[in-house]
Design a protein around this ligand. Structure first.
Ligand code: NAP
Length: 482
């Protein structure tokens, strides 16, 4: 059976033909989810040109009318909900319930920003002068480039596309090569919803070549990037040379602090959920459990026992809790860190190996891995691994736990498990991270609130909620004498 072919989308046209690349199912690498047109620098140039040409009319369209197109696209996605979720599991590997949750979130994001079309508030302030009216209106930034990772292949493109469009910008989207189909479905829905040609452009292909072309394209005025620190810092340096507006959301080394007074069973569940669901491939995943000395031994034992019971497999199968790593490069990275962990602190207490036999041989499966007695200077306590690997660390008390939690260059998300309300407020005040949870997993955020980190994890205005409008719009301030 031949594989479906997905073209790029430039100036309202689907462009296929030319070189292609494969999108394979990480749970079964014999299964090709689709063939994608491999975009070139010339395609990026054409897409940026089309976006520039479409900008004046799109920016001039009343914002509620722009919102209506987002509403229509959301309805189209809703009608295809089951299919798009199944495709996401096939291309990225996350379990079907996780994919459904993500597609639902993309639909909600489209509707949330569609409604923003009827608000998009500027500012009104009293003047110091008589008979002078002062106000500021929002205007778009211009053509923006959106560069997205594979781990949330629908929600991240959605939470960049929707606020960019409602603010009147036109866009060129470059999805991750490991999972380009979910983003393609968003663009397809916008196309069918009647978005004017050139307003949204989609160019898939290798990040290095296309990224350089995007940053260098003259019409591009802003870049929103989510991905690794390595790529993000490079983009920042290049974008700064062109004085582009830029927003970066990158890696993390997120802690969950477990205090002795925590609700024990829910703390175990929250750490397991935060560390291993989505195969540990969430930027907000827990990768360090920092456990107070008084319950360390008992907590570790319960955590290891629960981890060993996790069901790993093809995420499309009912009952599977943990899917595969996304591709060969990612599983190699994770296995390399597991070997580093072995050298640093001995045999892991759970997992530590690639799963084999039966269906496992066709995919990128790792047994969820727990290292115990990890200390702060070890590599596995400092570097992002981005896989199902958890470092468990011992803290003398709350202050020691806070010191350890903040002792990394990253600051994306953090969690605390405790029933002591004073400790909760101490943690909210002292924790150096952009997203804090209490008695919940470190991962699992909602679209109505600002999203993003601090320290080396992020740069620029936050994403999602009302905060996203600050990146995708600028103010024009008016002083009017009457
Ligand atoms: P990545 O390798 O940095 O890739 C992200 C995107 O950048 C992809 O579209 C990639 O294209 C592209 N890219 C690669 N090299 C580029 C270059 N030189 N110039 C411009 N673009 C380039 O990251 P990833 O492996 O996809 O994602 C995992 C990382 O994302 C982790 O570090 C994770 O923590 C982070 N992440 C952060 C957040 C957050 O909100 N903070 C959310 C999710 C993920 P190709 O796919 O073609 O290489």
């Amino acid at each position: 059976m031949s594989s479906p072919v997905f073209g790029n989308y430039i100036d309202g046209e689907w462009i296929a033909g030319g070189p292609m690349f494969e999108n394979r199912n990480p749970a079964n690498i014999d299964d090709i989810a689709g063939l994608f047109a491999r975009g070139s620098a010339a395609d990026v140039e054409a897409a940026a040109g089309a976006a520039a040409a479409a900008l004046p009319a799109w920016a001039a369209m009343p914002a509620p009318a722009r919102g209506n197109i987002l509403y229509k696209a959301a309805d189209i996605l809703d009608r295809r909900f089951e299919m798009i979720a199944a495709e996401m599991t096939r291309e990225e590997g996350k379990t079907l319930p996780e994919s459904k949750g993500e597609v639902r979130r993309s639909i909600n994001i489209f509707r949330y920003y569609a409604a923003e079309g009827a608000r998009l508030a500027g500012m009104l302030a009293p003047s110091e002068r008589e008979r002078v009216q002062t106000f500021a209106v929002r205007k778009p930034v211009g053509v923006v480039a959106l560069i997205t990772p594979w781990n949330f292949p629908s929600a991240i493109p959605a939470w960049k596309l929707a606020p960019a469009l409602i603010c009147g910008n036109t866009v060129v989207l470059k999805p991750a090569s490991a999972a380009p189909l979910s983003a393609w479905r968003l663009v397809e829905a916008l196309h069918e919803a009647g978005i004017p040609k050139g307003v949204v452009n989609y160019v898939a292909g290798p990040g290095g070549a296309l990224g350089d072309a995007l940053i260098g394209a003259r019409p591009v005025r802003g870049v929103s990037f989510t991905g690794s620190c390595q790529v993000g810092y490079k983009l920042h340096a290049e974008a700064s040379r062109r004085r582009l507006r830029i927003q970066l959301e990158m890696g993390g080394k997120n802690p969950t602090i477990v205090l002795a007074d925590a609700d024990f069973n829910s703390a175990v569940e929250n750490v397991v959920n935060g560390a291993f669901f989505s195969t540990g491939q969430k930027c907000t995943a827990t990768s360090r459990a920092i456990v107070e000395d008084a319950i360390y031994g008992r907590f570790l034992e319960a955590l290891v026992e629960r981890t060993k019971r996790l069901k790993v497999g093809d995420g499309s199968q009912a009952g599977v809790e943990i899917g595969p790593c996304v591709d060969d490069a990612q599983i190699q990275t994770v296995m390399r860190y597991i070997e580093i962990g072995r050298k640093e602190c001995g045999e892991p207490r759970a997992g530590g190996f690639r799963l084999s036999g039966g269906g496992y041989d066709k995919g990128y499966f790792i047994a969820p891995t727990v290292f115990a007695d990890v200390t702060e200077s070890m590599t596995i306590a400092q570097e992002e691994i981005f896989g199902p690997v958890l470092a468990v660390m011992r803290a003398r008390d709350f202050d020691d736990a806070m010191r350890l939690a903040n002792g990394v260059p990253f600051g994306l998300s953090a969690s605390i498990q405790t029933t002591n309300v004073s400790r909760v407020f101490e943690y909210i005040s002292r924790m150096e991270a952009g997203l804090l949870t209490v008695n919940l997993p470190s991962a699992g955020v909602e679209y109505q609130l600002p999203f993003g980190g601090t320290k080396d994890s992020s740069f620029g205005p936050k994403e999602q909620g009302q905060a996203a409008l600050e990146f995708y719009s600028d103010f024009k301030t008016v002083y009017l004498k009457y």
